[in-house]
Design a protein around this ligand. Structure first.
Ligand code: ADP
Ligand code: MG
Length: 289
């Protein structure tokens, strides 16, 4: 977790506009947006339906061209890339997790995860090995040969996560990744994404209309009518990994009969960026859905 220091800027957006022309009228889907995201950050983009969240994410991922403005990803101006270069950019740098999973119905879990690896020219044996490795990482070792329709929504989204991560992207974009999942599965999936990207110091940008889910992020960008109206640092330490560790440690120390660290408990609970169990106030964790 030490690698969650503020890193170098990985996404820089300057004066970004996306204007759709509808007959005579114009829709300002993005209306002058500026921000910077650093390596290792988990940012949530929230806002009501139609506010421009997906438009923004699609533009960051090189899926759509801006009408005006700059998008610099890992030092590269992606608004200047042509379609072919954008395809290469997405292949090499970006993982995308979709609300509706977007798995290929006629492929099993391994084949789905291996598909983007084949686009990279990886040999079959190696991509199968890697797909299996990532399916294990997301807890699907028993479902590797299942087809999408033989899996629950949560399992399918885990395949989607494995597929996004298997190419080891610098940045992962997720558009309402838990939008089709029940609340328990939503928590599992969020926790999984949060844990994996933190461990690897990857950058995660997640769109959600659900303010509750946004509290998992390090920063919350609120967008209304194509404008960012606030960027909030999330000081609440909602680190479920840390909570898990506390529970594990408590269980272990109970078992060992060790009476350790009453004195650790009076640390301040504010702005703890690293998951130090002694700084993680259980009540705060419990207040989060
Ligand atoms: P959100 O993801 O926040 O719900 P979107 O980014 O999908 O919002 O849309 C923002 C605005 O841009 C909406 O008013 C939407 O109708 C409009 N919009 C999005 N895509 C298109 C398009 N391809 N053509 C015309 N208008 C669009
Ligand atoms: Mg949307």
């Amino acid at each position: 977790m030490e690698n969650r220091k503020p890193g170098e800027p990985v996404i820089q957006v300057k004066d970004l506009y996306k204007i759709y022309r509808m007959g005579d009228s114009k829709v300002y889907a993005l209306n002058g947006v500026d921000f910077t995201i650093s390596r290792g950050e988990f940012c949530a983009i929230t806002g009501p339906s139609g506010s421009g969240k997906s438009t923004l994410l699609n533009m960051l991922a090189g899926l759509e061209h801006p009408s005006k403005g700059e998008i610099v990803i890992a030092g590269k101006h992606i608004e200047r890339l042509n379609e072919r270069q954008l395809v290469a950019f997405r292949r090499e740098r970006v993982g995308f997790i979709f609300q509706s999973y977007n798995l290929i119905a006629t492929m099993n879990a391994i084949e789905n995860v291996a598909l983007p690896l084949s686009f990279r020219g990886m040999a079959r044996k190696e991509r199968t090995r890697r797909a299996k490795q990532y399916l294990k990482l997301v807890g699907l070792e028993k479902f590797m040969y299942h087809m999408p329709n033989q899996m629950s929504g949560g399992q399918q989204q885990r395949v989607g996560i494995a597929r996004a991560l298997a190419v080891d992207p610098q940045i992962i974009f997720a558009d309402e990744p838990t939008g089709n999942l029940d609340s328990k599965t939503t928590m599992d999936v969020l926790r999984l994404m949060q844990t994996i990207v933190r461990e690897r110091n990857q950058t995660l940008v997640m769109v959600t209309h659900d303010n509750n889910l946004a509290t998992y992020a390090d920063r919350i960008f609120k967008i209304i009518d194509g404008k960012i109206v606030s960027i909030e640092e999330n000081h609440r330490e909602v680190d479920l990994m840390a909570l898990d560790k506390i529970v594990e440690q408590a269980a272990a120390s109970e078992k060992n009969g060790s009476e350790k660290n009453e004195s650790d408990k009076n640390g301040s609970d504010e702005k703890a960026r690293s998951p130090r169990p002694d700084k993680c106030d259980k009540q705060e964790g419990e207040s989060i859905q």
